[in-house]
Design a binder for this molecule. Structure first.
Ligand SMILES: Cc1cc2nc3c(=O)[nH]c(=O)nc-3n(C[C@H](O)[C@H](O)[C@H](O)COP(=O)(O)OP(=O)(O)OC[C@H]3O[C@@H](n4cnc5c(N)ncnc54)[C@H](O)[C@@H]3O)c2cc1C
Length: 387
């Protein structure tokens, strides 16, 4: 891969997405009027609202790229892109189904048995079945192949022991897809497997990790000898590394990697419309918007490549590096453009409160889903392979 192939030309969305976008906007306007959307940053991580998820699902906007045979919408990835970018821009509460829609569903479709597809996919598409990501551990984040969670074979299936960390939503979701070592192997990427674990199993113990804001999103998630039936295994034993890498590509490639703080920019613009805007403020908002627009174009290039079945891991890593840095820099810029005191105890949805939420979430932007140093390694290796 060379630099010129890494950066694709402008992507035109298919014309039929225009109507879809308008339908989503109309739906969001109605929800806003009903007071269900506060336009918060990071709404895909902390905006937990299963009733909102079900209303989206009724319109076919959850699991929309899953096949119709399994209850999905049978729509394309670009259509899904349009829906999720509108939801993110609005700061809509979408965290309940986010992981199930983005990666658990597609992973089960790809690697699951027919029985697993029929059991999970229709419920995901109905907005009734929510998933967590069980990858990271205390000493295994970037170096995921070093996971210590073990699965031993038993007469009926597997016994799972270990502790996962930073597990978003483990206290409220239904299942987690857990990466565990099933065999010792000289090649440390071999001997790993994935399991679908019921988070309400009596041998699963969930312990909160509070965010800087005090919010409860993350958890330790202790697997204390969880007995699993044989059909809890996702894919083939030993294929966990390839499967998890495919899942990470889905996790890293979407517009949530540059739109998490867009609701703050929108709130800033509304604020400036009310108070008036100096030429300097005007120019700075313009620069932020221009950067946003270029990153979006790169991100659409990733979505178009995925839609065409072309590999896009390296482009996705590039967009995530640029996008997550932009998310954090946007927060700092907004603080300089409009020096308002950030206050987490201010009215929910007010500008000082949105600013405080975005600041307190900032440390996570460049860490979650793989740190920027790791992404740059992927980009460099992708470029080296082709030189
Ligand atoms: C907001 C948030 C949500 C998350 N949600 C989940 C979740 O739901 N499920 C889940 O499983 N995990 C989740 N994570 C965990 C996340 O995937 C890890 O934090 C991330 O992969 C980094 O791992 P680590 O924290 O162990 O840091 P480490 O891997 O210990 O890295 C520490 C520092 O060393 C650098 N570093 C490490 N290795 C290298 C290298 N080879 N070259 C250069 N630099 C390197 C890193 O870039 C980083 O700066 C979440 C994290 C955050 C912040």
């Amino acid at each position: 891969m060379t630099l010129s192939t890494l950066i694709t030309g402008a992507v035109q969305l298919p014309p039929e997405t225009r109507r879809l976008r308008q339908e989503v906007r109309d739906f969001l306007d109605a929800e806003r009027a009903a007071g269900t959307i506060l336009g918060r940053p990071d709404s895909w991580l902390t905006g937990w609202d299963p009733a909102f998820t079900r209303r989206l699902a009724e319109r076919g906007w959850v699991g929309m790229a899953l096949p119709r045979t399994y209850g999905g919408g049978g729509r394309g990835n670009l259509e899904r892109y349009v829906v999720i970018e509108e939801l993110l821009a609005a700061g809509a509460p979408v965290s309940a189904h986010w992981v199930a829609d983005r990666q658990a569903g597609p992973s089960i479709l790809r690697h699951g048995t027919e029985e697993q597809r029929r059991r999970f996919l229709p419920r995901i598409a109905a907005g009734e079945c929510f998933f967590s990501i069980g990858m990271s551990e205390q000493n295994s984040g970037s170096d995921l192949a070093s996971v210590q969670t073990r699965a031993e074979r038993t007469d009926g299936g597997w016994r799972l022991t270990g502790t996962k960390m930073w597990t978003g939503g483990a206290h409220i979701n239904d299942y987690a897809i857990v990466l565990a070592r099933t065999e010792e192997a000289e090649d440390r990427h071999a001997g790993l497997s994935q399991f679908i674990v019921d988070l309400r199993d009596p041998h699963v113990r969930v312990e909160p990790i509070r965010l800087l804001s005090g919010e409860h999103t993350f958890n330790y998630f202790h697997l204390e000898g969880v007995e699993l039936a044989a059909d809890a295994l996702l894919g083939r034993p030993g294929d966990g590394w390839q499967q998890v890498t495919g899942e990470l590509a889905l996790e890293r490639s979407g517009p949530e990697r540059f739109l998490s703080t867009l609701p703050l920019l929108i709130a800033l613009v509304r604020q400036l419309q009310r108070t008036g805007c100096s030429p300097d403020q005007h120019a700075r908002v313009g620069r932020l918007t221009a950067r946003l627009s270029s990153i979006r174009q790169l991100s659409l290039g990733v979505a178009a490549a995925l839609e065409a079945g072309r590999p896009a891991d390296v482009q996705a890593a590039l967009v995530k590096d640029l996008g997550t840095r932009f998310e954090g820099e946007l927060v700092n810029e907004v603080r300089e453009i409009l020096p308002v005191a950030a206050r987490f105890d201010a009215t929910r949805g007010s500008f000082p409160e949105l600013l405080a939420a975005a600041i307190l979430h900032s440390p996570g932007y460049t860490l979650r889903g793989g740190t920027n140093e790791i992404l740059r390694g992927i980009i460099t290796r992708g470029l080296e392979l082709s030189s």
